[in-house]
Design a protein around this ligand. Structure first.
Ligand code: FE2
Length: 313
């Protein structure tokens, strides 16, 4: 089994340096406002748990993450809920439909409306998946892997740069979980590095996704993280997953985080400066104490390793 998994790993190639020199992009407001969110532990605002977050102390995240597509243009009662959340908490936004890897032109009308939403709610961290979700304008409702290829790097870099210019904010791109590489000509970590460097963007490091991919594709999670540009990480995701076969884990966001993922997280944050950390939970909200326990556990790990960095800053 181990041997078989090793075979599926695309061959590692020597890292190629980009010939494009990124122009410096400075977004002073972003850095200024973002600083206060360092070391915070947040939770996604979902309708199932909005009441518990806003009207009780069962769940006590430090900040909230919105999927902007689910809240833009909202009216009535849910607009009221959103306004109360924005009033009470710092906000990050994690997009679902930008579809950075699609061949079609970006949806500029959507991006224009997104900018207004981010401005209105003073959102400093906006992240998106390094994947595609649309084909010929059909929404596929899945995060599909972009082929790890040079032509895809050039395509995605151009799109990220144009989105950042339009939004007047850096974009943090997320390493996604995937179940098969498509026509790869470089490794996943080389692909991410080239894009982040050439696009001059930030990275959303999903530690659970690294664990899931490392298991499913038989690579070493710590070596992978060590090869990432950790100085570019603006935000971290943590989540649970489900092992459905001896050699397959599915990234679900519906289960508790397992100890090896906490261990990988603790190992990782010691190599980085403080950033906000989000607990991703998409469903399975029956046991709120368990979810609050995860927030507390994450906070404990952050305080253990990042307090000193704060004091010396
Ligand atoms: Fe994530």
């Amino acid at each position: 089994m181990e041997k078989e998994r090793r075979k599926r790993q695309p061959p590692r190639r020597k890292k190629r340096r980009s010939k494009i020199i990124p122009e410096p992009r400075i977004y002073p407001g972003f850095l200024l406002k973002n600083k206060k969110m360092e070391s915070m532990v947040g939770l996604g605002l979902r309708r199932d748990i909005a009441e518990e977050i806003l009207d009780s102390n069962v769940l006590t995240p430090d900040f909230l993450e919105f999927a902007p597509e689910n809240w833009m243009g909202m009216g009535g009662m849910w607009k009221g809920v959103m306004d109360r959340a924005v009033e009470a908490f710092p906000i990050t936004c994690h997009g679902l439909s930008l579809s950075l890897g699609s061949p079609e032109e970006l949806d500029w009308q959507f991006i224009k409306e997104l900018k207004a939403f981010l401005d209105d709610n003073q959102v400093t961290i906006y992240s998106e998946h390094l994947s595609y979700t649309k084909s010929k304008n059909a929404h596929l409702y899945d995060l599909l892997p972009i082929p790890f290829r040079q032509d895809a790097v050039a395509h995605v870099v151009d799109r990220i740069r144009r989105v950042q210019d339009m939004l007047e904010r850096p974009l943090a791109i997320e390493n996604v979980s995937y179940y098969t590489p498509v026509a790869a000509e470089m490794s996943e970590v080389e692909f991410i590095n080239e894009i982040v460097e050439q696009a001059d963007c930030k990275l959303l490091l999903d530690v659970n996704n690294v664990y899931v991919n490392a298991f499913n594709h038989s690579y070493n999670a710590k070596e992978f993280i060590d090869s990432l540009p950790l100085d570019r990480v603006a935000y971290i995701h943590m989540a649970g997953h489900e092992q459905v076969a001896p050699d397959l884990i599915i990234d679900t966001h519906g289960q508790a985080i397992i100890d090896p993922v906490y261990e990988l997280f603790e190992w990782t944050i010691q190599k980085m400066d403080p950033v906000p950390v989000l607990l991703e939970r998409d469903y399975n909200f029956a046991d709120l104490e368990q979810i609050q326990g995860e927030l507390t556990h994450l906070k404990g790990i952050l305080n253990k390793h990042w307090e000193v960095k704060h004091e010396s800053a």
